[in-house]
Design a protein around this ligand. Structure first.
Ligand code: KG4
Ligand code: ZN
Length: 366
């Protein structure tokens, strides 16, 4: 019989420094998060309007070991109780990924523990197994500030990408929209708040790539359309009223929600054609917190008789518990890395799919 394992996970690919301990009993028992520590860096980057890679890398290097000590303390265990060290080895900002990989190598070498490099996107994609123990396969929509893709998830290292953004990630588009309208960061919650007071029909924003077949998405044109609408209002009336701002937010959000819902419908059709016996759709990423977007996706799932899973927001956004969990699955499947594990700024989950040109706040990656 397989044994329970305790995995230490490290995450440092963008602007969150995180460590977590996850206990993984043999299936069908559920994995358990013993501790999850996240040091966000948003205050360090606030003055610059985005993540500054050099500042991020330095902060990760300073905080990672403290995170590990805190994660062990909160879990009430010491390093000898750990079975493997899992670390995000990409994709992401190279300085941050390097900090994490070097820290994990140090711990693994010092404590004589196995090392497992984890693809950050796999961490997100496997989250519904950690939170809801959903079975393979399922369709996953990753929607965050750094990611946007549809994946068929068949195993911990078996992913097929059906499509993704060709430019900005949706969270990044929300953040830019907020900046254009003088709203605070992160932009998503701020835009959503304004949108509740606005008329989504006043501005006719485009629905990018809806007229093209397939599941690829695009959000940068939407941001430009928002900027033009804002500039026209400012030129005509020398400023924006609070109602203008609310209407612009509502129109922008409605466009993002409609595009995501329609592309989800298409991805689900492709997925269900091959997997009719497993009708399951899951989302992950900060943008899934948006009620309008989430409702649109949930409706598509319901119309297609598909079970819908959305992990709690604390596990949708970047953290190390999802990395420890993914590392635990990989470890159980026999994956091992050694001191030659590289830090990879780009690391597509599905190497058979053509490269996406999309960036996201973590930079080009897949
Ligand atoms: O997953 P996440 O914490 O970080 C990564 O990008 O990896 O996602 C953060 C992104 C930000 O861009 C933020 O503006 C967006 O998710 N976001 C939202 C909402 N809450 C967070 N976007 C739209 N509506 C929201 N309510
Ligand atoms: Zn992420």
């Amino acid at each position: 019989m397989a044994q329970a394992r305790t995995i230490l996970g490290l995450e440092s690919s963008c602007d969150d420094t995180a460590a977590a301990i996850v206990r993984m009993p043999p299936a069908p028992a559920r994995a358990q998060i013993l501790s999850s520590v996240v040091y966000g860096q948003s205050t360090l980057h606030a003055a610059y309007g985005g993540v500054v890679p050099e500042i991020a890398a330095r902060a990760h290097a300073e905080k990672l070991d403290l995170c590990v000590v805190e994660a062990l303390a909160r879990a009430g265990i010491a390093l000898p109780a750990i079975d493997a060290v899992a670390v995000t080895a990409g994709p992401g900002l190279i300085g941050g990924v390097l900090s994490g990989v070097m820290c994990a190598k140090g711990i693994a070498a010092g404590a004589g523990l196995p090392l497992v490099g984890v693809n950050h996107l796999a961490g997100h994609a496997l989250t519904p197994r950690l939170t809801d123990a959903i079975a393979y396969p399922y369709l996953m929509l990753l929607v965050s500030g750094g990611h946007c893709q549809f994946l068929i998830v068949r195993g911990c290292d078996d992913f097929t990408r059906l499509g993704g953004t060709i430019d900005d990630a949706p969270g990044e588009a929300f953040d830019k929209a907020a900046r254009l309208l003088g709203l605070p960061q992160p932009g998503g919650p701020a835009v959503e708040r304004e949108a509740t007071k606005g008329d989504p029909h006043r501005f006719a924003f485009p629905r990018p790539l809806l007229n093209k077949p397939g599941c690829d998405l695009s959000f940068s044109g939407l941001k430009t359309a928002l900027m033009r609408a804002r500039d026209t209002l400012v030129a005509d009336q020398r400023g924006l009223t609070s109602q203008d701002r609310a209407d612009l937010c509502a129109g922008f959000q409605a466009a993002v929600a409609e595009v995501l819902a329609e592309k989800t419908r298409r991805a689900l059709t492709i997925y269900l054609a091959d997997n009719p016996a497993q009708p399951a759709l899951a989302v992950a990423g900060g943008v899934a917190a948006n009620a309008t977007i989430r409702a649109g996706i949930e409706t598509i799932a319901a119309e297609n008789g598909t079970i819908f899973t959305a992990p709690p927001l604390s596990l949708c956004t970047d953290n190390a518990a999802i990395i420890a969990y993914a590392g635990g699955e990989l470890f159980a499947a026999g994956h091992r890395d050694d001191m030659s594990l590289p830090a990879r700024p780009r690391w597509p989950l599905d190497s058979n799919s053509p490269a996406l040109v999309g960036g996201g706040k973590k930079g080009a990656k897949a």
